[in-house]
Ligand binder design. Sequence first.
Ligand code: S3P
Length: 448
Amino acid sequence: MSSHGTAIPMLSRKSGPLRGEAHVPGDKSISHRALILGALAVGETRITGLLEGEDVLATAAAMRAFGAEVIDHGRAEYSVHGVGTGGFAEPDQVVDCGNSGTSVRLIMGAMATTPIATTFTGDASLNRRPMARVTDPLALFGARAHGRSGGRLPLVLMGAEAPVPVRYTLPVPSAQVKSAVLLAGLNAPGETQVIEAEATRDHTERMLRGFGAAVETGEEGGARVITLSGQPELRPQRIAVPRDPSSAAFPVCAALITEGSDILVPNIGLNPTRAGLFETLREMGADLAYENAREEGGEPVADLRARFSPELKGIEVDPARAASMIDEYPVLSVVAAYAEGATVMRGVKELRVKESDRIAAMATGLRAAGVEVEEGEDWWIVHGRGHGGVRGGATVATHLDHRIAMSFLVLGLATAEPVTLDDGGPIATSFPVFEPLMAALGAEIERI
Ligand code: S3P
């Protein structure tokens, strides 16, 4: 459903070669963090290339509700006049984060060590998702949360009056939880530490350093230990947001499965904690190259060249790579449907608590399109049918999940019969220009 509450049914059909350049929008994770850290710095932070999707705009609205000034200069350029660490004002309305788990979890962290109360809510998808994973560690700082059963939204969070620093071992591999703890640690005295067994995306650590906070990353018994010195003075920054690898994944995968395709997706952030999909695709035999590799604003960046790849092979995806491609499993399963043999994905329990249960949503839709899928609690296997082997012809449910919607639209570009979605509205949360961008490449995707 769109943010306005009307479902947008969509369809994709077998398309000719995809050609041209695909300029995907700014990175969602980095955009959220730029707004939040800008709001916690004193002075003007200038952001270019911000993702203007509904999720990030929810974070911008929340930062205004906490007292920061967020100015839209047009053409994805924003400035944020921050209020300083511990300077958040108490919002006088409920903070509605829409579909965005990153917004609510990071913002809960950012306010948890300031003595204010805030009520958070979201859409039907967000209000089903687990929040105790964040409110439990925030309670260690002295914050108190009162939510619905299972700690779900809507919930009220009361920030700590006299916060104490925390040492916390992540029970699940989650950058949102790690970031919530680090952001809470900003207004606690002394050192806050987060220990993660699996490396999750590290944009918060990188950006905190950029804003002048002391953040050390070390190793203890194979785990990553991140140490933040509390109560830094954050200095405003100029941030050029790289383009989102998780959005690039859709045109890239579309090109791999659509006969005759050859596309360029420029300026994609290739932080190693995010690039797992592209390595996996190459192992499957994808014709995918990094061109013009360079570093921009502290993040590795390259142009991706993707060409039709008729001889894709199913593989066992390295579970150690799961965190670095967690958002990309839905579209990987689409590529797997066009590969020869089975693609085995293990260690992916987190997929069950995303915007939807992504294993269930993809398995149901792929089966309806004629692809055999096996699944367990934390694994699934897609039995590929090879190029030209996927029937399609299904109508799939997107469950308020942008990545499910875009994945099935990609599937339909090479199926024998069109693929239909009940609702493409959620695509606007992360990739508002998906439809014109794909159309310009030659993809036959339409609203019905
Ligand atoms: C994100 C972390 C991941 C990812 C989400 C964005 C972030 O969630 O799925 O899309 O920006 O920190 P988890 O922390 O729940 O793994």
